[in-house]
Design a protein around this ligand. Structure first.
Ligand code: PLP
Length: 462
């Protein structure tokens, strides 16, 4: 210890540092508390450094500059905006659907001012928070009533807890899905207090399987959309319409977890078809649940539409209070749904649809325009090319369908993976990180989701 005494005594005292002119800007920007905290931390690290390395830390001659760096990096938001050039439009880890401008404005208003969330301007009595949106959802889906909760996982849990607690729910073995993030139908059943009755086999389930399984204690016949996988080959599933016929005969409601659920027919833009809630409602399904932030293109939410009497049971269940959506979500969802009232402009105003319907030719032209800027920065160590590629929809929607797109690809001239890793790291360290995808020894930047071309260039060459 004593041998290091002179080094320890060269460390500055905090109060002396704070009086130094070099700290006045830092104190103004970050405040006394944060600056003192970071200095204490730096001092501890410095003492530890002396103890283990018998040397002063590298920043000993400029504590202010080092403190500035530390404070600035600690201030970096945990929800940092990035460029999603992964080629996956609805990227769960990057926050799924981007919100429409109308939704952004609606959320901002709901945050800034008091709003009629549960206040009825006509009756001056307490309103019910899903009321305004129920009307809109009924208009768009043909359902009798609606309920909105935190996400579709919550919607499924609530639907089962409210309509089948202590009773049996019949589901096909081919539909016992797991969605990323530990959502598994059998586990959700258990949590909702229902008993799962599996019918059929992994690849084939027939109507007679449901009929045989339905009994005294059956509360629901359930269909789950196998959104993130596809069973191909020798398969048989029972359609909702057939199941509804059986349900009517046995007096058992049919419910569907639709997962994504698009409110418009995507095939009109040449996109793969995804079942729509309105089709299931028309087929007589009693309850349909789907996500707000998948193909719908709105905020994270779970939407249940269906029969008035069952929705009333759901609305009155204690879990509804625990799973309800907040005013910002409801504001964004309302604004998003209103865009669907004007389908002619939907593809231009709803970012999810705008990105999904972007033409491969336009994306290729964009890639060619951006090529020189990337070559200027990375051309020394990488061969850059504009290449055709395939984008994904993402979030488990339409898992096997791909959309023709274009990418900038970076192949390391030395052929080494470490060079590629350094590149992806440096793109991640930009003020607004660029996230791509590595495949076949190359980095791919799929430009389908790039709308802010100027921002990207500015970010590359500040
Ligand atoms: C995505 C999905 C869910 C979960 O929805 P979240 O909104 O992510 O909670 C549940 N079921 C199916 C079939 C899904 O595709």
């Amino acid at each position: 210890m004593t041998t290091h005494r002179p080094l320890y005594s060269q460390l500055p005292a905090i109060d002396k540092l704070l009086r130094d002119a070099s700290f006045s800007t830092l104190l103004n920007t970050f405040g006394h508390t944060q600056v003192v905290n970071i200095l204490r931390e730096m001092l501890n690290i410095a003492r530890e450094h002396i103890r283990t390395q018998q040397a002063l830390p590298c920043w000993n001659d400029d504590w202010a500059a080092h403190a500035q760096l530390q404070l600035a990096s600690a201030q970096r938001s945990a929800l940092l905006p990035v460029f999603n050039l992964t080629g996956t439009v609805l990227h769960t880890n990057l926050g799924r659907a981007l919100q429409a401008e109308a939704a952004i404005e609606a959320v901002t208003r709901a945050m800034r001012y008091p709003v009629t969330l549960e206040y009825d301007l006509h009756g001056a009595q307490r309103g019910h928070r899903d009321r305004a949106l129920s009307g809109l959802l009924c208009e768009l889906t043909g359902a009798e009533d609606a309920c909105i909760v935190n996400n579709n996982a919550a919607a499924v849990l609530l639907m089962l807890a409210a309509c089948a607690n202590g009773e049996e729910v019949v589901v096909s073995r081919g539909e016992l899905v797991e969605i990323g993030g530990a959502f598994r139908i059998p586990d959700v059943m258990r949590q909702a207090g229902c008993q799962l009755v599996e019918v059929g086999t992994t690849n084939r389930t027939h109507l007679k399987d449901y009929r045989q399984a339905a009994g005294e204690n059956t509360a629901l016949l359930m269909k789950v959309h196998t959104s993130n996988y596809q069973v191909a080959g020798f398969t048989k599933t029972v359609s909702e319409a057939e199941l509804v016929e059986l349900g009517n005969e046995l007096n058992i409601p049919v419910v569907t977890d639709l997962g994504s659920g698009s409110l418009v027919d995507l095939s009109q833009w040449g996109l793969p078809e995804e079942p729509m809630p309105q089709q299931l409602i028309a087929a007589g399904v009693s309850l349909v649940s789907f996500s707000g932030d998948k193909l719908l293109g709105g905020p994270q939410a779970g939407i249940i539409v269906g029969k008035k009497e069952l929705i009333a049971r759901i609305q009155q269940h204690p879990l509804k209070r625990a799973l309800r959506a907040d005013k910002m979500t409801l504001a964004a969802l309302e604004a998003t749904l209103r865009l669907y009232q004007h389908p002619e402009t939907l593809a231009a105003r709803l970012p999810t649809l705008r990105l999904l319907t972007r033409d491969a030719g336009e994306i290729t032209t964009l890639a060619q325009r951006l090529l020189p800027a990337f070559e200027g920065k990375f051309g020394e160590h990488f061969t850059l090319l504009v290449e055709p590629c395939l984008s994904q929809i993402g979030s488990g929607s339409l898992p096997v369908d791909r959309l023709p797109s274009a990418a900038l690809t970076f192949t390391p001239k030395d052929g080494r993976g470490t060079t590629l890793a350094t590149l992806t790291q440096s793109l991640r360290e930009l003020a607004k990180p660029i996230i791509g995808r590595i495949s076949d020894g190359r980095l791919w930047l799929d430009l389908r989701c790039l709308e802010d071309e100027a921002g990207l260039l500015e970010n590359l060459h500040p």
